[in-house]
Design a protein around this ligand. Sequence first.
Ligand code: G6P
Length: 614
Amino acid sequence: MCGIVGYIGNKRAYPVLIKGLSRLEYRGYDSAGVALLADSEHLNIYKRKGKVQDLVDFIGENNTQGNIGIGHTRWATHGEPNDVNAHPHFSSDGNIALVHNGIIENYAILKKELINRGHIFKSETDTEVLIHLIEEIQHNTHTSLEEAVRLALNEVVGAYAIVILSKNEPDKLIAAKKSSPLVIGLGENEYYIASDATPIVEYTKNVVYLEDEQIAIINKDHGFRIINIANKEVNPYVQELEMQLEALEKGGYEHFMLKEIYEQPRAIHDSFRGRLNAKEGWVSLGGVKPYIKEIANADRIVIIACGTSWHAALVAEYYFEDLARIPVEVEYASEFRYRNPIIRKGDVVIAISQSGETADTLAALKMAKENGAFLFGIVNVVGSSISRITDSGSYTHAGPEIGVASTKAFTTQVTLLAMMAMMLGKERNTIAPKRFQKLLDEMEALPDKIETLLESNDYIETIAAQYKDATNALYLGRGTAFPIALEGALKLKEISYIHAEGYPAAEMKHGPIALIDENMPVFVIATEGENYEKVVSNIQEVKARKGKIIAIVTKGDTEVKAIADHTISIPSTDEVLVPILATIPFQLLSYHIAVMRGCNVDQPRNLAKSVTVE
Ligand code: G6P
């Protein structure tokens, strides 16, 4: 979390930084700040609690001159979100400023030492320690800024992406990273630095992703060079961005979340384009193909993820077991890494992550790698850390997802996992040819079916209006619909702040049924298939206690329609693909409820999209 930007070149830095921070605001929006080097005499630092717009309003007509600057948008870890704890932080003499994404774990001990040497701290942050440490080193050794940064980073334990500027060396920016991401955009005698490529893409497509423990020394006239913290020169690897600028704009929608919900037909099509062909009867993921034997013969597959991606993992558990008959374990990355798990050679560990930067998922992968597992990544953000440390992987191709609540990233993850399970099933001969073909046909038909489903948006909005004042909600599903119940509940609670729980429908009677009364909306997935009749019974149990039923049913359903308060129809498809369709009405319901409650849909309170702290 936290987004950082930097600019050095011939343009005015301020507008570039502000625009960049707005693009990175999904990473945190507790406070924002910039530091601008007007000349070697004037370093202007402005910071403010709140969003980037609050910062802009606060700065108003103040001096924002300068061609070199850094900026930050914060998701608070150490220290409450206020003006003082906002970044940039600066040295005692006010000459050096720094923005930081990550956590300095040994900050307390370093702080104590620095206080003993006379440093005075203004904030409660871990970050401020780093800038004082750099100042102390420069003061003692009279060395260059980059050398002081390098020496300081050798003393630091934790995660960092940093950008630093100094009044004393006003021709350069220093950037460095470990665990938290950092990208450098290369323009003509100008450089852009950011936590991801979104602030850079409108200026240049040539980028360098810094690797862990690398330091970039960037000078507008003399170019840039990279060293590592052991002081070895590193050859930069320049890559070309494929991202399109339009993908980062709202494109006429009121919110990114709504735009991203509506993008799902296209996103899902992109995720299977060139990877399957129903007419020719094949599915092939480039990242799986060379390792198909290894994965198909795995002793077991362990899937690790967090948040919404963890729900995709739960769906995949059914896929891999049902279609490919491979044992699967699904783990929260944060739990997995801290409980001394048994990982062996022969295990395949799949990480699912939209951002490819989630700290817990990344750390769990590193641990699995050390234990000899084969690592596979299912990631959306191209070039992200998870995509780089895994042995192989497949991108979901959902395109940039800006809304903090995940929508198209989830449905494309599930699409990809279904394709992977089909490939493995074929390889292992565990999937009947007829079923395989049906799945291919249904997969290709998904984008059109989603288009049809999205036509119910106005109707879904009328249902949302009736439940917008609920204080609790229950989501129920069986089989692959159980993770969709969890995902539905998560969507509602994260953007509308209504308490919601997802449960396997049959588990309702072991507790949640006690909560049901006439004020409790119960959202149920009751689509055709093996579990249908059982779910109908669960609906009856809710109705008997006067609960309100909002059911997702298959088009043409009559039985549930007769007993539910509301039904939302989805097109008929293979049971394997129901999770993809059934999740969309829940996204829309949550969206409309949140809008009606006046919530900030794209930036819900306390959340951030990319969780780069543990
Ligand atoms: C945050 C986001 C969620 C996301 C989760 C995991 O909590 O708000 O939308 O599902 O992180 O992120 P990842 O990028 O690893 O999928």
